[in-house]
Design a protein around this ligand. Structure first.
Ligand SMILES: O=c1ccn([C@@H]2O[C@H](COP(=O)(O)OP(=O)(O)O[C@H]3O[C@H](CO)[C@@H](O)[C@H](O)[C@H]3O)[C@@H](O)[C@H]2O)c(=O)[nH]1
Ligand SMILES: O=C(O)[C@H](O)COP(=O)(O)O
Length: 318
């Protein structure tokens, strides 16, 4: 018997079919349609660490959605020393210090931990997370994602996708952003979770998710959160409950490679941990990273920390 065609073998075939049927444009859900058809309350949450330059414009794009009845709450969970919180308050957001939420869990361990703690102050049946460093924000970011999840139907999680320009001193290229996405996350998902190979931006921080789903999933701390949440949601509810929403273009601030390397390490660790749990790889991921220091290799501890499903934490189980 010959091997099945590698391009059409079942998991990749299912991934392609999913991408075709489950990718929708943000214009399908303009704010007025979301306001008219939603059946669930909605919170929009922006984790922010030192985003003074962009938080105001992001909130200005979002708050009219609240006035229009498309969403109910806009929350910034903040960990900044550059005045982000004051700007956010002045622009009309509800602001909480990340460290004040679930403080019994100790210091806040990056973005994923901030998202987890934010679930205690986000009141909506649907929670929409957005990054606060978006340089070209618009109401379609929240409206496009929230629509399919807050309306009648079976969609439980919407993940953003977009074109990502790359900006450098030489100018802006139309594509080339999302280096960890393209060089780490997507190849690893393709290899280990081929059913998710059709997800165009597996690291996107922009999602809308039903509370009843996210509260029964663990959240990984740091930058491991987004890809792990995608895998966990898929394991919990299957591809048919997931959609990706094309938000057109997103320009983020680019971090230098020395900051992206630890992010890639965390993303790799998250995928390998889930793959090991599923028996797809034998070994757990390492929790020490050998980083290129000043001429020498430096061993840096980077353990993956997982927060328990909030539904359990709420009931004092953990
Ligand atoms: O310790 C942190 C780090 C980040 N943030 C906020 O989280 C958002 C995303 O962080 P950022 O450093 O801008 O992430 P990116 O470099 O753009 O990384 C991309 O890839 C990451 C890894 O998957 C995702 O977590 C991000 O959401 C996604 O935008 C921003 O609002 C940050 O201010 C925090 O609140 N605390
Ligand atoms: O999502 C990613 O891959 C990282 O945030 C890196 O993005 P960048 O290459 O646009 O800086």
């Amino acid at each position: 018997m010959t091997d099945p065609d590698p391009v059409t073998r079942p998991p990749l075939d299912a991934a392609r079919a999913w991408a075709q049927r489950a990718t929708i444009g943000h214009e399908v859900w303009p704010a007025a349609r979301v306001a008219a058809e939603r059946e669930r309350t909605v919170s929009v949450v922006l984790p922010a660490r030192n985003e003074a330059a962009t938080i105001g414009a992001n909130l200005d794009a979002l708050l009219p959605l609240r006035d229009a009845g498309a969403i109910d709450q806009v929350v910034v969970v903040d960990d900044s020393d550059d005045g982000t919180a004051d700007i956010a308050r002045a622009h009309g957001a509800e602001v909480h210090a990340q460290a004040a939420l679930l403080s019994q869990y100790g210091p806040v361990l990056g973005k994923g931990d901030a998202m987890w703690r934010a679930l205690t102050v986000a009141t909506g049946d649907v929670v929409c997370f957005l990054d606060a460093d978006t340089e070209n924000p618009g109401p379609h970011f929240a409206a496009g994602l929230v629509g399919p999840v807050a309306a009648a139907g079976t969609v439980q999680l919407a993940k953003a996708c977009y074109r990502r320009p790359f900006r450098s001193a030489a100018g802006t290229e139309p594509t080339g952003g999302g280096r960890v996405t393209e060089l780490t996350a997507r190849p690893l998902l393709n290899a280990l979770f081929p059913a998710l190979a059709g997800v165009r931006q597996p690291l996107a921080g922009e999602i809308a998710v039903r509370r009843e789903l996210i509260e029964r999933l663990p959240l990984l701390c740091g930058y491991a959160v987004d890809v792990a949440l995608l895998i966990d949601a898929w394991r919990a509810v299957g591809l048919d409950a997931l959609v990706q929403v094309d938000l057109d273009v997103r320009q983020n601030r680019h971090h230098p490679l020395e900051q992206l390397a630890p992010m890639a390490f965390e993303v790799t660790g998250a995928i390998l941990r889930r793959a090991q749990e599923d028996g797809r790889v034998a070994e757990p991921p390492p929790d020490v990273m050998l980083a290129q220091g000043d001429g020498a290799l430096e061993a840096v501890a980077r353990p993956l920390v997982e927060r328990p499903p909030l539904a359990l934490a709420r009931h004092g189980v953990l």
